[in-house]
Design a protein around this ligand. Sequence first.
Ligand SMILES: *Cc1c(COP(=O)(O)O)cnc(C)c1O
Length: 358
Amino acid sequence: MENLKIELTKNPKKKPGPGDKLGFGTIFTDHMFLMEYDKGIGWHDARIVPYGPVSLSLASTCLHYAQETFEGLKAYRADDGRILMFRPEENFKRMNISNARLCMPELDVDFCVECLKKLVDIDKEWVPEAEGASLYIRPMTIGIESRLGVKEADNYLFAILLSPSGAYYESGLKPVKIYVEENYVRAVRGGVGFAKTGGNYASSMLAQHVAHEQGYAQVLWLDGVERKYIGEVGAMNIFFVIDGEVITPELDGSILAGITRKSIIELLREEGYKVTERKLSIQEVAQAYEEGKLQEVFGSGTAAVISPVGELKWGDKVMKIGGGEIGPISFKAYQTLTGIQWGRIAGPEGWSVEAARL
Ligand SMILES: *Cc1c(COP(=O)(O)O)cnc(C)c1O
């Protein structure tokens, strides 16, 4: 690619070995991708450079008025040595939706995918080998104009960081306990809930903290107006299996359109399951539980793929789901998606994108 400059590191770092604990998001590879945007010029200076800090004015708009968006996806090491990414163009398309909402410039999706492939190819030796481990990919756009006036920036930085990360589940898929949040709200329709932006996380941290202190892994957000309809969980969308029907909240503008969510809906429909996107109230879930019809609950997101929910606490009511085991539909979705991601199952056309070969 002629408009991509590459500067390789002269000091490659020691890569983690197969036995090293990777955790999540603390180790970075040798290289990163950067490009800038200036009003009137557009995006320019696309480059792959050694990973390291960049200098930034403390008056940058991203630091004061939260003009920032991000994405998250992974590269997987297939058994045959291919390095595969899962639907990467969907991430850049979604970043464009987030950027538009925050008055930030649009990216060229195909160009970003090509640059990402090149970056992953350069750092392919960093894609971990251990079962379930992968290379986490973090694209981000930030406003970097140095000006305290409240107005969208004229200058932006787009970056892609790569971080080898450990398996989400170290000892099998364990159901998590979730707490239905009744005091705080995450987003409202018309706000930025559908954008992948740091502000949504800043506003959700206190509730998350309180839930953790009470022994719950995550909070389940209800809609911000009636405090009744189910939204999503932390960094995951949520699915319920009620009386054989798979139900997930509709995309109403207040929840994130997860790529895992969309993929699960497509896969389960393909398998013949009835999958419905609609409004679903917490009262309806509680009633289904009372009637013995609440069969499975699971979260979906890039990090965990599928996260079975074993307990849902709503006020004084504790709903126990699945008897500590993952349900059959949750398991089916997990097996199929991870199979496609690791190149063991051929998925629908275009879902697996090869970035490199070892
Ligand atoms: C990223 C994210 C998700 C999951 O999206 P995937 O594309 O499936 O990883 C869900 N909810 C929120 C708030 C998120 O930020």
